[in-house]
Design a protein around this ligand. Structure first.
Ligand SMILES: [Fe+2]
Ligand SMILES: [Fe+2]
Length: 252
C-alpha cells in the first residue's frame, strides 16, 4: 500500500513557484512593487526575501527545490494532495480525541471541537480542489493510540505540535505553487493552522518563543520557518502505520 517513501522522493528543479519567480525576476519584481506601492514596499520586500530560513538567503532560493513526493502526483495537484493528507490526519486526530472521552477540561474540549470543525472544512475544500485538478489521495490509515493513552496532557501537547507542523508545511509549499488561487487558499489555511497552533501552545503553557521548531506560540521568532514535504512527513509518519496513501483510482 505504501507508495511514497519520502526518502526515495525526487526533486523537481524545473518546478518554479510564483514566489520564487518573483524573488528572482527583476521585471516581475518591479511590477509587483509598483502594484503594492512605493519605496517602502521595496524595502519591505527585500527584508521579506532575506528573512525566511537562513537570514542571508532569499526565500525563493531556500525553498526552490524542497523535494516532492511522487505518490501525491505532480505540480499543484501534488501539493493539494499533500495538504489533504495532512488535513485528513488532523481531522481524524481530533475525531478520535473527541470519541475517546479523555479530554475533560472544558476550555480544551471547546477548543478541540472548534478546531475539529475547521479541519473538517479544510478537508472538504481540498478534496473538492483535488477532484477538480486531478485524482485526490485516499484517506490514510492513522493510529493515535500512543497519544490517547497519554491522556489529556499528552493530547494537548501533541495538538500543539501537530498544528505547528501543519503551519510550517503550508509555508514550505508556498513558493512552489503555480496557480494563484491555490496559493491564496494555501495561505488562507496556513494562517488558520498557525492560529490553531498558538491557541494550543498557549493552553499548554509553552510560552511565546519555541523550545523546538514545533513548540511555542511563535516557535521560530519573527519569521516563520517552512518545512519541506520530507521534513513534515518524517514527523507525520509516526501516526501513519501504512505510510502515505495511494491516489484514488481513476473514476473512483
Ligand atoms: Fe487544517
Ligand atoms: Fe489545524
Amino acid at each position: 500500500m505504501e507508495t511514497g517513501d519520502p526518502a526515495a522522493a525526487g526533486t523537481d528543479s524545473g518546478d518554479r513557484g510564483a514566489l520564487a519567480r518573483l524573488v528572482d525576476d527583476p521585471s516581475s519584481r518591479k511590477q509587483f512593487l509598483r502594484m503594492i506601492g512605493g519605496a517602502g514596499a521595496a524595502g519591505a520586500f527585500a527584508t521579506l526575501a532575506a528573512a525566511c530560513g537562513e537570514q542571508d538567503t532569499p526565500i525563493g532560493i531556500t525553498q526552490r527545490d524542497p523535494g516532492t513526493v511522487p505518490a501525491f502526483g505532480p505540480g499543484d495537484v501534488g501539493i493539494v494532495n499533500y495538504a489533504l493528507t495532512l488535513e485528513y490526519l488532523e481531522q481524524d486526530f481530533y475525531e478520535q480525541v473527541r470519541k475517546s472521552g479523555e479530554v475533560t477540561k472544558p476550555a480544551l474540549k471547546k477548543l478541540i471541537d472548534e478546531v475539529y470543525k475547521n479541519e473538517t472544512e479544510h478537508v472538504a475544500a481540498l478534496e473538492k480542489t483535488a477532484e477538480q485538478m486531478g485524482r485526490p489521495v485516499v484517506r490514510p490509515k492513522v493510529n493515535f493510540d500512543s497519544v490517547l493513552e497519554g491522556g489529556q496532557p499528552r493530547i494537548l501537547s501533541e495538538s500543539a505540535k501537530i498544528e505547528n507542523l501543519g503551519a510550517s508545511a503550508y509555508l514550505g509549499q508556498a513558493p512552489r505553487v503555480n496557480d494563484k488561487m491555490v496559493l491564496a487558499a494555501a495561505l488562507s489555511i496556513h494562517t488558520v493552522e498557525a492560529r490553531h497552533a498558538a491557541a494550543f501552545n498557549k493552553m499548554a503553557g509553552n510560552g511565546f518563543s519555541g523550545k523546538g521548531t514545533l513548540i511555542g506560540t511563535i516557535p521560530d521568532g519573527p519569521f516563520a520557518k517552512p518545512k519541506t514535504m520530507q521534513e513534515v512527513l518524517k514527523e507525520a509518519k509516526k501516526f501513519l502505520p501504512e505510510g502515505i496513501p495511494e491516489l484514488q483510482s481513476p473514476g473512483a
